[in-house]
Design a protein around this ligand. Sequence first.
Ligand code: UDX
Length: 449
Amino acid sequence: MGDERKRSKPLVLVASPFQGHMTPMLQLGSVLHSKGFSITMVHTKLNSPDPSNHPEFEFLPLFDNFLAIDASANFTTFLEALNDNCKMQLQHHLAQKIKQGINDEMITIIHDNSMYFAEEVANSLNLPSIVLRSSSASYVPAFLTLPKLHAKGQLPVKDSMFQELVPELHPLRYKDLPFNNTSTEVATEMIALSERIRTPSAIIWNTMEYLEHSALTQLRQHYQVPIFAVGPLSKMVRCPSTSFLKEDTNCISWLDKQAPRSVIYVSLGSLATMDETELTETAWGLANSNQPFLWVVRPGSVCGSEWIESFPEGFTEEIRGRGLVLKWAPQKQVLAHSAVGGFWSHCGWNSTLESISEGIPMICRPVMGDQCVNSRYLSYVWRIGLELEHLDRKVIESTIRRLLVDDEGKEMRQRAIDMKEKAKYCLCNGGSSFKSLNDLVEFLLLQTR
Ligand code: UDX
C-alpha cells in the first residue's frame, strides 16, 4: 500500500488523564504519525497534554466536568463518571466529521483501556476500535483470577496466605496479586469495569515478546483478537516530554559530578504516596547508605504535607552534597545517565520498561495494581531487582549497598545490561516489536469500509 494511502488514514487516539497512561498513548501517537497516519489526540481537560510539544497532532479536549465528580468517590465510581461525561462529546464530534465527509477513509479509534466510552462510541458509529494497554501483560492473568478468589471468599487475602504460591499463576504469590487487599465489593466493581470493553478489533501492548511471551500467549488465547506487542514505546521514536509536571533538568549537571554507576535514583511515579513514618525511614535509609542519591518527592505525595516540610530534623544538613531532592525528574534522561547505578521504584510499568531499556537494576517497592506483579517478575524471574520487603532504615541501607556495592548487585547489573541489549534488538529491523509494529500498520490500513 502506498504512502499516500497511509497519510490519509485518520486515527483517533483517546487518552486517559493519568500520567502512566497518557505517556504511552502520546508515544504511540508519535510512532504512528511517523508511519504516515494522521493523529487526533482526544483527552480530558483534567491533565491535558501540552499541544505545543506535539504540533503534528490535532487535539480534541473533552469537557469532563471533573469538578462535579464526587472527590471522595472510589476509583471505579470516578472512572465511570469520567467516561459518562465524555461520551456524548466524542460521539457528536465524530458523527459531524463523518457527515461532513471530511475523512473519506474510515476512522479507527485507539483508546486507553480505562476510557471504555470510546468503544461504545465506535460501536454506535460502526467504526473499528483498538485498545492500548499500558500495564504489563503478566498483570492481566493475575487480575483475571479475582472472580475466582471472590467466589471462594478469599478477598481480601489473609496475611497468613501472603507467601503461598497462587495455583496456576506461577511464580506469583498471593501477596503479588493486584487488589489482594481489596474488599469483595471493590473487586466486583473492578471486574465489572474491565468487562465494559467487549469488542476490540485488536489490542496494542507496550511490552516485548521476549519479556512476556508466556503471558502474551495466554492473552492471545483469552481475547481471540490480534495482540501487537510494540514496546518499549519510549524507545521507538524520539518523543518530546510527556510530563504533566515540570521536569527539573538541573539534576543532570548534578549527576555529571557523580562517579559512574554510584547514584541510586528514587521515584515512585505519579500516583503512589507515603506517610510521614515511611518518609522518615526512607530519608535515613538513603542518608545512611553512604551512596549519592537523587530522590523525587512529588508535591502532595507525602500524606499531610505539601512537599518536604516533614523531612526529619538534621536530614537536609546530613545529606548536603551527597543527595539531591527534587519535585519531578526528566526520568528517561536520568536513567540513561552513566552516574546512575540503580533505580528504587514502585515498579510502574513505564518505569520498569524505562529501567530495562537503560540496563539499570532496580530496588522494588510496589504499592498497588500491576506493580506487585511487575516487582515479582523483576526480582524472581528476570532477576534484575531486589525486593524491599520492609520500609525500615536499616533494610533500606543494606538493600542499597547490596545493589550498588556488593557482587550480587554487579551480577544484577550484568543481567540488566543483557536485557537492554535484547530490548534494543526487539526494535531493530527483524526484531519482534519492529515486526509487530509493521503488522499493526498493515492491520490499521485494512480497516476500510
Ligand atoms: C501507573 C501505574 O503505576 C502503572 O503500573 C501502570 O501500568 C500505568 O499507570 P505510574 O504509577 O505513574 O503509572 O507509574 P509509571 O507507569 O512508572 O509511569 C510514570 C511515568 O512518569 C514514567 O514514564 C516516568 O518516566 C515518568 N516520571 C516519573 C518522570 O518523568 N519524572 C519523575 O520524576 C517520575
